[in-house]
Design a protein around this ligand. Sequence first.
Ligand code: BG6
Length: 486
Amino acid sequence: MATTPAFDMVLFGGTGDLVMRKLLPALYQAHKAGLLHQDGRIVALGRKNLGRAGYLAQVEEKARPHMEQGFDPAAWTAFVERIDFHKLEASASDDYAGLAQRLGSDAQRVTVCYLATTPDLFTTICEHLAAVGLNRPTVRVVLEKPLGHDLESSCDINAAVARFFQEDQIYRIDHYLGKESVQNLMAIRFGNALFEPLWRREWVDNVQITIAEDIGVEGRGEFYDKTGALRDMVQNHLLQLLCIVAMEPPASLEANAIRDEKLKALKALKPFSAEDVAVKAVRGQYKAGAVSGKPVAGFHDEANIPADSHTETFVALRAEIANWRWAGVPFFLRTGKRMQERLAEIVINFRGVPHSLFENPAGQHTANRLVIRLQPEESIRLYFLAKEPGDAMRLQSTHLDLDFQSMYKVRRADAYERLLLDVIRGRLALFMRRDELVEAWRWVEPIIDSWEHSTVPPKSYTAGTWGPAASTGLLSRAGAAWNEEA
Ligand code: BG6
């Protein structure tokens, strides 16, 4: 792959967790793979007067342990050369002239401003950048989630940012779209003739999308208590995955062609009424239990969680897409913290045959299943029935495997690396457009409202399980069951 153009990557929130755990390690991997232009600088911003040496000491301590794929001291030394530190108080307008001066006035140079800060600073930062000319066409802003707390605050942020930057300068990141298997899903759907005729209500019984995590709130208690799983995972990651499964084939791979189709899928999501929330949505909260054999605390015992918190750490929903392709097909969405294992997958359960000729028809209802696994390993598995060896004409379930790990020995870029490279190259296809975000918020809002006004607490589940029993009930009422096969 060709290297990027020359660039400046300006990291707001330069000393924060995201920069240390994800962004610098991702940039390091891109550097090591020779994908960054030689003239590519990283300028980390922070409030304290750390100086370059002070900042690099932090990088050494906090970022270096997150280099996942083999550490190369020589590459690291060369990578660190790219990093500089600049003292800047994000809300102080006077500080921006110095930043502009440091970056220089080359109007052709790509400048990426990554806003790894809380969203309440987004508007201020954009305004101050614009005031010193750092909104010229080659400047791009990357907005991290959460982009607002609800529909109104998200619209406010988007409107404010739009006063200073054009839509094609704004990169709203959802790192799930950068995962290899998500793009593979597009390849499978639109690169093969095999699935498309079956990819519809006539042949699909139900779709399941699961993002299960075994970790808890990981020291983010205060943030998480105000956020909850619906805002943290469903509004963005799960709905983006749903879009990729459900959207119509785009006219091309051009960013707006893809985003137009995703938007239509979001708009076709059936809104939840208050009654729907009661029967089609399950919220849960973990209590103490054990994950991988180790005892873990319950949500209420985590730091900064009020004893009476009703914040959900688990969500299961039965969504429906009201259009010709999907009418009546349940899309089951599920996510949770402290679940049995880390697992992210999309399951397409196809309908059974209309009439069985065989001795053991049990299990034929969803005989054909396509399982696209995103985590912990990427794979695609197609289940079907075949004859059991022997005299009798008996069927058994078997599968075809596409195991990407063993099939392709090439290095695989992590989601942040791919997305950062896309920003520098100016590719918007894997980022969310403003109208997509509005629709996603519009759809989750009635569920949020209903839960916020409810006096019924979330259903509790033991840490280390697959969530509350009600989540199983949600599917069994539709004659389905979660795919829990390893
Ligand atoms: C983030 C959420 O967006 O995604 C976290 O804020 C969550 O709570 C994380 O842990 C999960 O991402 P991944 O890539 O580790 O599955």
